[in-house]
Design a protein around this ligand. Sequence first.
Ligand code: G6P
Ligand code: BGC
Ligand code: BGC
Length: 922
Amino acid sequence: MDTIAPSGLQPEERASSCLQEDVPSDSSELVQKCLQQFKVTRKQLQQIQVSLLRSMEQALMEQNNPAPAVRMLPTYVGSTPHGTEQGDFLVLELGATGASLRVLWVTLTGTEEHRVEPRSQEFVIPQEVVLGSGQQLFDFAACCLSEFLDAHPVGNQDLKLGFSFSFPCHQTGLDKSTLISWTKGFKCSGVEGHDVVQLLRDAIQRQGTYNIDVVAVVNDTVGTMMGCELGAGPCEVGLIVDTGTNACYMEEARHVAALDEDRGRTCVSIEWGSFNDDGALGPVMTIFDHALDYESLNPGAQRFEKMIGGLYLGELVRLVLAHLAQHGVLFGGCTSPALLSRGSILLEHVVEMEDPFTGAAHVHAVLQDLDLSPQASDAELVQHVCAAVCTRAAQLCAAALAAVLSRLQHSREQQTLQVAVATGGQVFEVHPRFRSILKEMVMLLVPECDVSFIPAVDGGGQGVAMVTAVAARLAAHRHLLEETLAPFQLNCQQLIVVQAQMREAMIRGLQGEASSLRMLPTYVRATPDGSERGDFLALDLGGTNFRVLLVRVAKGSVQITNQVYSIPECVAQGSGQELFDHIVDCIVDFQQRQGLSGQSLPLGFTFSFPCKQLGLDQGILLNWTKGFNASGCEGQDVVCLLREAIGRRQAVELNVVAIVNDTVGTMMSCGYDDPHCEMGLIVGTGTNACYMEELRNVASVAGDSGYMCINMEWGAFGDDGSLSMLSTCFDASVDQASINPGKQRFEKMISGMYLGEIVRHILLHLTSLGVLFQGQQTQCLQTRDIFKTKFLSEIESDSLALRQVRAILEDLGLTLTSDDALMVLEVCQAVSRRAAQLCGAGVAAVVEKIRENRGLEELTVSVGVDGTLYKLHPHFSSLVSATVRKLAPHCTVTFLQSEDGSGKGAALVTAVACRLAQTTRV
Ligand code: G6P
Ligand code: BGC
Ligand code: BGC
């Protein structure tokens, strides 16, 4: 090992060659020079602290140019332990302490006072397994688990396992983690880039002896942090110096770009072992560090770890001793094959040799084991070398920890910081001075931080069990959530059944037989042909807003002026006379505003409720829906009621020409621009559809040719119980609480008036199960209609991060975690998805009917659509189209969102009526 040579040499040759540099002739000077290399100045440590902090912040913000020197991996552990975690858990630790794994049985009692000593067993992993295939390694782990359970029978309770896997992993959930790269002497094939939880599950399956549920995977630093004694206050940093080294800490979630979070904290595994910023580390890396790195399984990687980790300290000492021996300074210039072979000096040897009391004796014992015959003076020198290597390791670790503490100060905008650091790992446990050197240097580097070091309880096993308890709780909650939402996941078969049932109900309704679909003729026989002309008044009642419109129909253009008026609940649920007087008041107000007073323009009345029409201007209200319940109207001709109200108002003259349903108005409105538009669909406060049916199929209206627009009143579909197979207990609760129980069942599963309520009932149910809001039932969630359907549209909007979901829910006075917000989002998605699919099944039934009516292979048709839910919900319309494409593959259906609402449609129906009346008069 004499000269420094260019690359291309074998590692050994390279390693020994890099130890060759201009070697001073005087031995003590050589010794000093060697040991001097391990002296790291305060300034250099501060540079490492600053550079590591910079890399940490860069990685947090996912700035990858240049690639950050550390990874900052989110661990999905969102809170330090509450201490309330309970239960028995299996823990499998792999990779923390070198080529061994440990199985523990940990009982969490949920109380600080009462602690149950965990049962554990250690298993040495054969080298051929550490360097073999991944399957071998995980089969070995599964075998150890069985052996442990054979030796420690735990009865037939559920076996929930927490997997402490101490290698850099990309986690995408508490139980999903992909290995980035092996470290610390492990090099199993077929694992990097794979989900290690799945690999363990597969191995346990192959083993087939115990049914073990792997519910969480954590990095050993996280287990250490989570396992520290609560008395000392939650530890917010976990620090490991074992075979390898790493730390984790609780970062403000909003600073972690990879997470869509803005509240609370989340645990981040720094993976500082890969810190290799040349600028900061270059000056402190010795020729021995380079030699060790060249020789390692992963040259160029984990360079910081190779200066601190217990797997490497012994090797560094060996390289220095070999170097000094070869230069005649030690052991009389003698070496031995053992001294020259890698890994012959281990951490425990260094610790023994450093022992202030028995060190010297141990030096002799260790060197003799290396077939060396040390002289008296050698022992002290060897101890100096051990001390130099370990002191530097502790100081470098201190600089890294100081960077973490500075980061905590930054992220919490605190000048001073009081924090507890949980420590774990052999180097901490066995090295006599490591902890004190580290403490001392941390206080020098971050004097404004008051740091307490808390040794982890049983090496982090308790902490892993804590995380497993949290994961098990979340997994149980997820299971309850999926169970609760399962009835809302409609499969294709169920939708085909709905489509077929709707089809049959349509035919029965058209033939006047008993059916939940009334299939009401509307006396609209044609869609507009563009020849309509004139000024028309239109009313639009039944949606979110009541509008009065002036519609000017000219050649190729329709001009609309409208005014929105409110219908107070007391009027909507008062007397019919009050309601219609209120309507006339609004008309008069509108006429005055538009300077139309005294003019008697033809009026089209969009009345969005089920009416049996006897003619274009005659409509008997069958029953109110959507929260309306004005007395004395059902069974009455609402055109008469309007005319009577006009009659009650002096000096007002109006010519009510047509009453149309909003679906018809919407179809006509869109049909004005697209002649293919033969269906109208409303998904708003309520829901309904109409379409152009062959007159020959309409039993209640004479005539065999031509068309008749049929108002299906599909909101009532299923009122005969035909939807009970899909109805859930939540639908039943909403129905029972409505002012028309048992009615409008299809509407109550689809439309805006009800979706929010369905969600609220599900949230109440999940809260009662303890799945949401920590089981805290709140007054606000008990309040009817407090969860508006528009919240679904807001919460499900892709651009809305979870944090905004929380904001909406917190405005409702709910205190929630991000897991809660995620579950509420899933509840909203399930409810709106079902609504859109059912609506899609309905549209598919109608367009298929039109296609078959016309005996067509393929049908091209457009559907005019309106309604707040359809228009504002981010996914509703696309889910409806997707369902129609699946259920009516021979129909090309275009959905036209109506811009002007159905008022225009009502005016066009009126215009057609006036034109027809004119032609008949002529
Ligand atoms: C538009 C139409 C109304 C219809 C309403 C339904 O506003 O002009 O005739 O009743 O949509 O949607 P909504 O969400 O208001 O209930
Ligand atoms: C791994 C870390 C681990 C550390 C301590 C490193 O080699 O990359 O994930 O926390 O060792 O075991
Ligand atoms: C009414 C229909 C109306 C639909 C959409 C339903 O409640 O019964 O007539 O078309 O709401 O507004």
